[in-house]
Design a protein around this ligand. Structure first.
Ligand code: PLP
Length: 381
């Protein structure tokens, strides 16, 4: 069944893009675990779409279709993790290419990109892309083949003007890719602002239940060389998502807009509460009017500012760890975007990356906001 084109995100998500399993008529598609698919007596494929599950499979296609529609993309490709999606993107660059990447983004991306660039003679420039002048200068000076930004960024919650970054990348003769994980396709659609590729760790809010690793890349220009190369890389190098994971992801996505709505509302309330708290020295959340990226975030995000924020407590590592240790509802665990709230003391995990010792990163789930505030209140003493 094909859904009409002009539907809102919650309708597309709830109906999984309009999928009805035929001939069973089931409103939920089955998991097809087969890795290989038969041919008939004339050696024609019984289903021309299915040859071998590294090429493609029905459930992966269905999940990709939902993601493409949510992102307002022409095509989306799923990967077995967010990092696998990022790696597939960067592997399309020739040796000797130049990249401008936003500094202070998800550490896993920075670390992998530094190692990869060194191995492939790629010149990497790390720039505070939230500083428009710095990004403009880097693009004009280095003429990057690819500009990679993450907005809002993790864990600093910096925001980058996507349309401006796209203009700068294109003027320099390059492309713009945006890690939009913290925003989800419900709140922000970078392709509509001129980005060439949008990327998500679908492990986070897109799946939303902390039980699937997945990544996605999407584009509005499927005929572009980079997209052809990404597709070939995924197929040939085999970074494909399994059918069970794709099925779970599809199930998780049915409630994505609903979860995001609730999480954004609670996060805004909690961030406002903490910004008034005497034991808190700073709160980084683009939903706060005091946040330096609030204006940009308001212009390019709709419906909220996401479930991720960070705050600084008075004191240093000891004080932050004491607060984190006293929390009863927030789980002390990495990651974000799940239905359960999480806290992380990033400095403990990444001691040499410039993360302040007093910073606590929070991912707000779908629990009652009053319960979460009560938990933070008792932990802050
Ligand atoms: N991008 C961002 C912003 C992330 O937070 C993460 C993971 O935390 C990733 C990419 C990597 O995704 P994955 O863990 O699914 O490989």
């Amino acid at each position: 069944m094909t859904l009409p084109n002009d539907l809102k995100a919650s309708t597309i998500a709830a109906q999984a893009g309009g999928v009805i399993d035929m001939p069973s008529g089931g409103v939920v598609p089955p998991v097809q675990p087969s890795t290989t698919f038969v041919r008939d007596e004339e050696y024609a494929l019984v289903n021309p779409d299915n040859i071998y599950s590294r090429d493609n499979s029905d459930i992966v296609r269905i999940a990709e279709n939902v993601l493409a529609r949510l992102e307002n993309a022409e095509e989306a490709l799923l990967f077995p993790s967010g990092m696998a999606a990022i790696a597939a993107l960067f592997r399309t660059l020739p040796n000797g290419a130049t990249v401008v990447v936003q500094s202070g983004i998800y550490w896993g991306t920075t670390k992998w990109l530094r190692d990869f660039s060194a191995r492939r003679q790629i010149t990497l420039h790390e720039v505070d892309a939230a500083n428009a002048d710095a990004l403009e200068q880097a693009c004009a000076e280095h003429k990057p083949d690819l500009v990679f930004i993450e907005t809002p960024s993790n864990p600093w919650l910096k925001t980058v003007d996507i349309a401006h970054a796209a203009e700068l990348a294109h003027k320099a003769g390059g492309l713009l890719a945006v890690d939009s994980t913290a925003a989800t396709p419900v709140l922000q659609r970078p392709l509509e602002h001129g980005a060439d590729i949008v990327m998500h760790s679908a492990t986070k809010a897109i799946n939303g239940h902390s039980d699937v690793l997945a990544g996605v890349l999407a584009t509005a220009a499927p005929a572009a060389q980079i997209w052809t190369d990404i597709k070939a890389d995924r197929h040939d190098a085999g970074a494909v998502i399994g059918p069970f994971e794709a099925w779970l992801l599809l199930r998780g996505m049915r409630t994505l807009p609903l979860r995001v709505e609730r999480m954004c509302r609670s996060t805004q309330t909690i961030a406002e509460f903490l910004s008034q708290h005497s034991e808190v020295t700073d709160v980084y959340y683009p939903g706060l009017e005091s946040h330096p990226g609030h204006e940009i975030a308001s212009a390019q995000m709709q419906g909220g500012f996401g479930c991720l924020f960070s705050f600084l407590v008075k004191g240093g590592a000891d004080e932050a760890l004491t607060v984190v240790g006293k929390l009863k509802l927030f789980h002390r665990a990495t990651s974000l975007g799940g239905v359960e709230s999480l806290v992380e003391h990033r400095h403990t995990i990444e001691p040499h990356t410039g993360i302040p010792e007093s910073l606590i990163r929070v991912s707000v789930g779908i629990e009652d906001a009053d319960d979460l505030i009560a938990d933070l209140t008792q932990a802050l003493g």
